[in-house]
Design a protein around this ligand. Structure first.
Ligand code: HEC
Ligand code: HEC
Ligand code: HEC
Ligand code: HEC
Length: 412
């Protein structure tokens, strides 16, 4: 008897709450990430290194834990232009990206027109591994006369390719107008201006996501009631939006810096990718076009004692360890700038095989010096200057590089 009462007492506020909730509009979280372009790991080589799928999964899980959610991934999955063919590594990265997106519970992947070049088999793989449907707008597939759409909760998502011109706009219009009760969002492969134009054309949309070539914006662009946003480039950030049942009313541009820990599930998948890169010996398959012989930095020590001492205390002398910390030391996309002579048949192979050519050594800047070591008076070394830095300190991997300030830190 007593238990019965307790149960009833317990039920009353519960029922009351449920009723209260039913009349309230539902809050949703919308996450937009993507434009990954093959950048699965934090990039830039300069603090703060931003992005990476392992951090993105962490932030997506965090964003989606309190409310029902819609997670949209925008395309441009592979690096560069896949119409010129994909390297084995690029292919592996697309698969790895797709697999990690599964742990971010991605609802839909809005393909970029360039993703079409991954081919049917490639795209099937993406969909299977990510468990997300793909929205395609490409004029290259004859079967896609009608614009595919994705729906979840009150929302509908469309994908727009500006290359389709008026036909593309009309296709968006036809679907949006035929289902006015749906809260429509459009992902476009167009730039910000094209995104704005879509928002002006269709004021009934709630969101337009455009493909940016720059960093994530810290506030949404508002065109009437439509928010025009972009997740930025290279998967460096992601957007977290809130829908209050009536309108979008929350926006956060999440910068994926090192304060975001790696998600353990995504880290496992990423580690498996790195193991595959190692197992398939991709580094060893890099073309080597020079025959120059290297001596290694230690071989300079006896005659250039001062220079050696200075070099030993710079970050250059520890540059391979930087890669080893995150298992990137067999990755052809990283190793070349963190060792000596990867372009030569006599250059770095692996720490065990060529321990004298690890790290950024004397010969990374001065050039191969085996002959100079044997006969220094006869074989002179060429003079070097700022030009010896730019091969590695390029705009992507050392955006803050300035010869005077950098040289000051390593001068000898
Ligand atoms: C056996 C001694 C010896 C060793 C070992 C040696 N050098 Fe030298 N190096 C010299 C001498 C001597 C000179 C000066 C030559 C001259 O200017 O006539 C020199 C000059 C240089 C210069 C300056 C060139 C210039 O025009 O001012 C560079 C750079 C250099 N060495 C780099 C290296 C590097 C890198 C290594 C190691 C891979 C190395 N050396 C190993 C003896 C050595
Ligand atoms: C073979 C590629 C390579 C070349 C050539 C090269 N660097 Fe570097 N440099 C690196 C790498 C890689 C690092 C990061 C090392 C690390 O932290 O693991 C680095 C780091 C540095 C740093 C430390 C950055 C800091 O914040 O303290 C300075 C300074 C620097 N380089 C100056 C130069 C200068 C000046 C030149 C040309 C004279 C040069 N480097 C040429 C690859 C290179
Ligand atoms: C084109 C040459 C180049 C390539 C390729 C390259 N790096 Fe670097 N890396 C550098 C240079 C140069 C620096 C030093 C940048 C600076 O301090 O301005 C650096 C620094 C770093 C640092 C230290 C950053 C810090 O916080 O101080 C890490 C970590 C790193 N690289 C990882 C990688 C990884 C991982 C890859 C492959 C995905 C890679 N690098 C590919 C040139 C390169
Ligand atoms: C990051 C690139 C870099 C590394 C690593 C490096 N050097 Fe240099 N080194 C230079 C540059 C650039 C100069 C010329 C600087 C100037 O304009 O005076 C130079 C100058 C020298 C000189 C003086 C001759 C001259 O040209 O003025 C010697 C000798 C030398 N380096 C030897 C070494 C040795 C030995 C090591 C390794 C222990 C080493 N360097 C490592 C870039 C480098």
């Amino acid at each position: 008897m007593k238990r019965g009462w307790l149960l009833l007492l317990g039920l009353v506020p519960f029922v009351f709450l449920q009723q209260g909730k039913a009349t309230q509009p539902e809050t949703w979280t919308i996450v937009v990430g993507g434009n990954t372009q093959g950048y699965l790991t934090p990039c830039g080589c300069t603090k703060p290194m931003l992005g990476g799928v392992r951090r993105r999964v962490t932030q997506t899980k965090e964003a989606c834990k309190d409310h029902p959610s819609l997670v949209i991934e925008t395309g441009r999955l592979a690096q560069g232009n896949p119409s010129q063919g994909l390297s084995r590594q690029a292919e592996m990265k697309v698969e790895t990206l797709a697999e990690t997106l599964r742990f971010a519970a991605v609802d839909v992947i809005a393909l970029h027109p360039l993703d079409r070049f991954l081919g049917d088999a490639g795209l099937n793989g993406v969909s299977r591994l990510s468990r997300a449907p793909l929205l395609d707008t490409s004029p290259m597939i004859p079967s896609s006369e009608t614009m595919p759409e994705f729906r979840k909760g009150p929302f509908g998502v469309l994908n727009h390719d500006p290359a389709r011109g008026k036909a593309g706009i009309d296709a968006v219009g036809a679907i949006v107008k035929s289902s006015p009760e749906t809260r429509w969002m459009v992902v476009t492969a167009g730039n910000r201006q094209e995104g704005e134009a879509l928002a002006k054309e269709f004021p009934e949309l709630i969101l337009v996501v455009y493909a940016s070539e720059s960093q994530i914006a810290f506030s949404p662009l508002q065109v009437g009631r439509v928010w025009v946003v972009s997740p930025g480039v290279k998967g460096q950030g992601m957007l977290r939006l809130q829908w209050n049942g009536e309108a979008l009313d929350g926006y956060e541009a999440v910068r994926l810096d090192d304060e975001t820990p790696n998600d353990p599930d995504a880290a496992r998948i990423y580690r498996r990718y790195q193991d595959r890169v190692r197992a398939e010996k991709l580094l060893e398959q890099m073309p080597r076009t020079s025959e120059a012989a290297y001596a290694g930095s230690k071989a300079c020590k006896s005659c250039h004692t001062e220079e050696y001492k200075i070099w030993k205390d710079t970050q250059h002398a520890d540059a391979l360890a930087t890669l080893e910390r995150d298992f990137h030391d067999s990755d052809p996309e990283c190793v070349g700038c963190h060792v000596v002579g990867l372009e030569s048949t006599q250059g770095f192979v692996a720490r065990e095989k060529t321990p004298h050519l690890t790290d950024v050594g004397c010969e990374s800047c001065h050039g191969p010096a085996a002959n100079h070591v044997k006969a220094p008076e006869k074989v002179r070394m060429p003079k070097k200057g700022a030009e010896s830095c730019y091969g590695c300190h390029n705009s992507e991997h050392s955006p803050t590089f300035d010869f005077a300030t950098y040289w000051d830190k390593i001068k000898h």
